[in-house]
Ligand binder design. Structure first.
Ligand code: AMP
Length: 398
């Protein structure tokens, strides 16, 4: 059973075709600059070279059409025709309080996702365009919506409420939702499997450290807290997002620099994080690590402040769960930077953690990087959100 996984952004569309029985990747790719000059499709059948086609894509329907043509192409295609695609799984960023689980897409579901648009104005409308484009071209193929927020819907009120007038929650659903849920769910489940323990018996902290970054506390198989909030701006210091700040900073800077709230929000989302903290040196940790190692102050202060924030969240979530059995690192930075993992773990001796440096130096595989006598285990689990979406879609078809 082949499942097409679609992750649609405002001007991009990432896709993977996965055999949901064997869980093997069949082909993947990316449409970039949709609706903008210079659009291109990068398509890669598994085990073969990438094929890049520069071609106009006036909208997402054109992009989906090109993807489907590539998948069914007589030379480089991987399926005979569209009947070999059993279903499409769509990544949807915000499901609000309406969606605590993935769901098959119906007209009512589309309406309910549309109702969440104001909570994720940059992401949800693009996700909906992806659904509409696929429906137009594959009207009889079942489709599933898999939400970034769903895994976190088990958070208790004490974790999701803000200390602001309760009427804003009642009127506008202003609360913490959390994101990267598909990744937190996949990684915490895999951690239990790798440790050979029951998921329901464990207290797990997942550190999803990529360009966007978040931490979650998963107790007995349920998320009880996570660091992102109403939007993905809260929590850790990220590539370009500030993470937690004193909200009074917004007014302070607006007055000092003569800026509007929109200007400041754009700065907090696009010009802050490690990029801003490093005085625009880079938002990429590879550059920051080079700067750190060559003794540049910008690199040192940025990486140390980033790591300190992660350590603080691990401490908070250990307290929230009254203990922790396993800490997992995932996503671009979490999976690839032995350096940052070591910096974070060196501050966790109080949890009985000793890092196995040889294990920590390996890459690209699932690893336990704490020594066997460590009382809290530390793991690296490469995330696979597309596979998780394919699994959810397959389960819904049944
Ligand atoms: P993601 O958003 O999960 O794709 O993660 C992207 C980020 O991971 C990049 O911006 C880098 O900061 C970081 N990253 C990727 N590879 C490495 C690496 N080898 N060493 C350090 N950081 C890395």
């Amino acid at each position: 059973m082949n499942i097409l996984v679609i992750n649609c952004g405002s001007s991009s569309l990432k896709f993977q075709l996965i055999d949901a029985e064997t869980e093997k990747l069949i082909a993947k790719g990316l449409c970039e600059r949709i609706g903008i000059e210079g659009s291109q499709l990068v398509y890669q059948p598994e085990g073969k070279d990438k094929i890049t086609t520069v071609t106009p894509m006036e909208d997402h329907t054109t992009a989906v059409k090109l993807v489907l043509n590539s998948l069914t192409d007589s030379v480089n295609g991987v399926v005979k025709d569209l009947s070999e695609i059993a279903a499409v799984g769509h990544r949807i960023v915000h499901g609000g309080e309406k969606f605590a689980k993935s769901t098959l897409i119906t007209d009512e579901v589309v309406k309910a996702i549309t109702d969440c648009n104001e909570l994720a104005p940059l992401h949800n409308p693009a996700n909906l365009i992806g659904i509409a484009a696929c429906k137009e071209l594959m009207p009889n193929t079942p489709m599933a919506a898999v939400f970034d927020t769903a895994f976190h819907q088990t958070m208790p009120k004490e974790a999701y409420l803000y200390g602001i007038p309760y009427e804003y929650y009642e009127k506008y659903k202003v609360r913490r939702y959390g994101f990267h849920g598909t990744s937190h769910s996949y990684v915490s489940n895999r951690a239990a499997e790798v440790l050979g323990k029951k998921y329901e018996d464990l207290k797990i902290i997942v550190c999803h450290l990529g360009n966007g970054a978040s931490v979650s506390a998963v107790k007995n198989g349920k998320c009880i807290d996570t660091s992102m909030g109403l939007t993905p701006l809260e929590g850790l210091i990220m590539g370009t997002r500030s993470g937690d700040i004193d909200p009074a900073i917004i007014e302070f800077i607006a007055h000092k620099e003569g800026k509007s709230i929109d200007d400041i929000m754009s700065i907090l989302n696009k010009k802050s994080g490690v990029l801003g903290l490093s005085s625009n040196l880079s938002s990429d940790f590879r550059d920051l690590q080079d700067a750190y190692e060559s003794g540049k102050e910008e690199g040192i202060r940025t990486i140390e402040t980033f790591a300190y924030r992660v350590t603080k969240y691990i401490g908070a979530y250990t307290a929230a769960m009254n203990g922790v059995d396993a800490i997992c690192f995932t996503a671009g930075l979490g999976e690839n930077s032995a350096f940052v993992r070591e910096m974070i773990c060196s501050r966790l001796g109080y949890l009985g953690i000793t890092l196995d440096k040889e294990q920590n130096s390996k890459r690209g595989e699932e690893l336990v990087i704490s020594t066997p006598d460590s009382t809290t285990k530390v793991l690296v689990i490469p995330t696979n959100e597309e596979l998780a979406i394919a699994r959810e879609t397959k389960a819904l078809l049944k």
